[in-house]
Design a protein around this ligand. Structure first.
Ligand SMILES: Nc1ncnc2c1ncn2[C@@H]1O[C@H](COP(=O)(O)OP(=O)(O)OP(=O)(O)O)[C@@H](O)[C@H]1O
Length: 270
């Protein structure tokens, strides 16, 4: 394990979630329990439509679970919490195009009443951390997709969150940029000690970045298996991916997802 200690940062305890009511009711999550420890990197994967985003919305307090609870540092979460920041897939919808990079990034600080000169210092620091030093006065549309997602990551980190939650964060960028953003996220996690939870469809990405991978089943989603990767904190896009354990883990996770998909289809046809 690469985790720094065994403090339970985020605890998902028996979470179930249904949408709708009566005959329209859909049970999406059923009795999900996961303890995420301080400084850990966890990816959530599963069949398409399993409920990954639903789980993420519950564990960030954006949506209450139907049953069970989420707690952060031992305290029950009852709504969005300043200690948890979120990065969404679509940076074009999360950044304000009429605001400069600097204005976009300082928004959460402004909302908390942080003084202007402190905001400016924090923005400069965090832009430097994400490799965007000197872009303060640019507008998002003047930057590449990968750079815009770095702005979104900077905005999520500027408040110094304990947990960074990302929903398919690199799905809208090209393959090369995706690898760069994976390494950036790993470096930020390592340097800042932030706990990271990522929902991804990309199994290779999950194996490359995670300490543990939560594999969900479907209809409803349960925790099928939690897979530990056992790679250390130092990862490399070439050597880690060429490690024979990488291929074994990828095949194992893919097999679990395929089985979950087939079982979900079988249940539907019964
Ligand atoms: N607000 C909602 N109201 C009703 N049903 C919903 C709502 N949001 C999601 N669902 C349903 O819940 C199920 C799980 O959706 P969710 O988006 O959480 O899955 P996902 O695993 O993230 O999907 P994908 O693999 O496409 O990213 C789907 O059947 C979806 O139609």
């Amino acid at each position: 394990m690469t985790v720094q200690d065994t403090t339970h940062r985020l605890r998902v305890d028996g979470v179930s979630k249904s949408y709708g009511g009566g005959p329209e009711r859909v049970n999406v999550l059923a009795d999900i329990s996961v303890d995420i420890v301080d400084g850990e990197f966890v990816c959530i994967v599963g069949p398409s439509g399993a409920g990954k985003t639903t789980l993420l919305r519950c564990l960030t307090g954006l949506m209450p679970p139907t049953a069970g609870s989420i707690s952060l540092d031992g305290e029950r979460l009852r709504g969005p919490d300043a200690r948890i920041s979120i990065v969404f897939q679509d940076y074009t919808r999360s950044l304000f195009p009429w605001m400069t990079v600097s204005r976009n990034v300082e928004l959460p600080l402004q909302a908390r009443g942080v003084k202007r000169h402190v905001r400016r210092q924090q923005v400069t620091r965090v832009l430097n951390d994400v490799g965007l030093a000197g872009t303060e006065t640019k507008y998002p549309w003047q930057l590449s997709g990968g750079m815009q997602q770095r702005v979104a990551i900077a905005r999520a980190l500027v408040t110094g969150p304990e947990v960074l939650v990302m929903d398919e964060p690199f799905a809208s960028v090209d393959a090369q940029t995706r690898l760069e953003l994976e390494d950036l996220t790993l470096a930020l996690k390592r340097d800042q000690g932030v706990t990271v939870v990522v929902v991804t469809h990309d199994i290779d990405e999950a194996v490359y970045m995670s300490d543990r991978i939560v594999v969900l089943s479907k209809n409803p989603a349960t925790v099928q298996e939690i897979v530990s990767t056992h790679f250390g904190p130092e990862r490399d896009q070439f050597s880690t991916r060429e490690d024979p354990r990488f291929g074994e883990l990828r095949s194992h996770v893919l097999g679990l997802i395929r089985t979950a998909q087939l079982e979900a289809l079988e249940r539907l046809s019964q």
